[in-house]
Write a protein that binds this ligand. Structure first.
Ligand SMILES: [Zn+2]
Length: 296
């Protein structure tokens, strides 16, 4: 868990899973091991596991508390969800909810759940099992999804099979919040006050969004899966194998890196390993990622 404070805006990072990820060139079919090796000066020690010779990754959420609202961004894999195509996620014993409560937030206090997209590792704690049914974990929250994202997975969720697929996530983690009347489908212009706005970044999934947070003295962006691993700030042309529209995903990532490089924007990513939060900075012809621990 990590806590940051900017004026009256408090941010907690809740980590559900962390460690070595997939085989690098399996996860990033466009990648080369030479590409990774060329960036080791800054990938080590946080983002690369030398012993396993693979990259490190995490699955995490952020809770943002402002004077007016408590907002959860992404809800990880969840507890006890059947995800047979991804063994590490299948019927996971997740301690995520305990971390939320340890951060001082009760489920009833969440006003908004914003999912950057509807892949299974971003929607799991949307619901929990009660009396044999999946019910909303956050009884007072509006669950906000981009309309293009919802409509795509409503139609195509079952078309995706194999590793990393939804595995019924739409049915157990999205539909129950529609049934309960808590669903809010939004377009690019959605905002909460003047503090939360959306940055559309389609491609990894059709309605993928990043979330901009305007905190006192600090611009933050919750980046979801537009960038999975810091190597992609150096190689934004490298897609993951789970990108639905490869060309659009590449374009969104290249724009994202260009837009945020060498700006005083803190990136709060969904899958960068600890300490995770940092900035994109120029590094010769490419960019690199600098965690805030390293530069204060
Ligand atoms: Zn993800």
């Amino acid at each position: 868990m990590m806590h940051l404070q900017f004026g009256d805006v408090a941010i907690d990072r809740l980590v559900e899973l962390e460690g070595p990820g997939y085989e690098p060139t399996f996860f990033f079919p466009d990648a080369t091991m030479e590409g990774f090796e060329g960036e080791m000066s800054w990938l080590l020690p946080h983002f690369w596991d030398s012993a396993e010779n693979t990259f490190l990754r995490s699955i995490q959420s952020y809770v943002v508390r402002t004077r007016h609202h408590t907002v959860l961004v992404d809800s990880c894999v969840g507890h006890g969800k059947e995800r047979p195509s991804t063994p590490a996620w299948d019927r996971l014993e997740s301690t995520w909810l305990d971390q939320l409560i340890a951060a001082g937030v009760q489920p009833e206090e969440i006003d908004y759940v914003l999912c950057t997209h509807l892949h299974a590792d971003h929607i799991g704690w949307n619901t929990r099992l009660e009396g044999g049914r999946w019910v909303p974990t956050f009884p007072n929250a509006k669950y906000v999804f981009h309309k293009n994202e919802f409509r795509y997975w409503e139609e195509h969720g079952k078309d995706w099979v194999g590793s990393g697929s939804l595995d019924g996530g739409f049915e157990d983690s999205v539909l129950p919040v529609m049934v309960s009347g808590q669903l809010e489908l939004v377009d690019n212009d959605f905002a909460i006050d003047d503090q939360f706005t959306l940055e559309p970044t389609p491609g990894h999934s059709p309605g993928h969004i990043c979330i901009d947070v305007n905190a006192p003295g600090q611009h933050l962006i919750l980046s979801g899966d537009v960038v999975h691993h810091p190597i992609q700030v150096a190689y934004p042309e490298w897609n993951s194998r789970f990108c639905v529209d490869p060309e659009q995903s590449r374009a969104s990532r290249q724009n994202f890196v260009a837009r945020h490089a060498d700006r005083d924007t803190l990136i709060l990513p969904a899958h960068f390993a600890s300490p995770a939060i940092g900035r994109i900075v120029a590094n010769g012809e490419r960019c690199k990622y600098q965690v805030i621990d390293d530069d204060g």
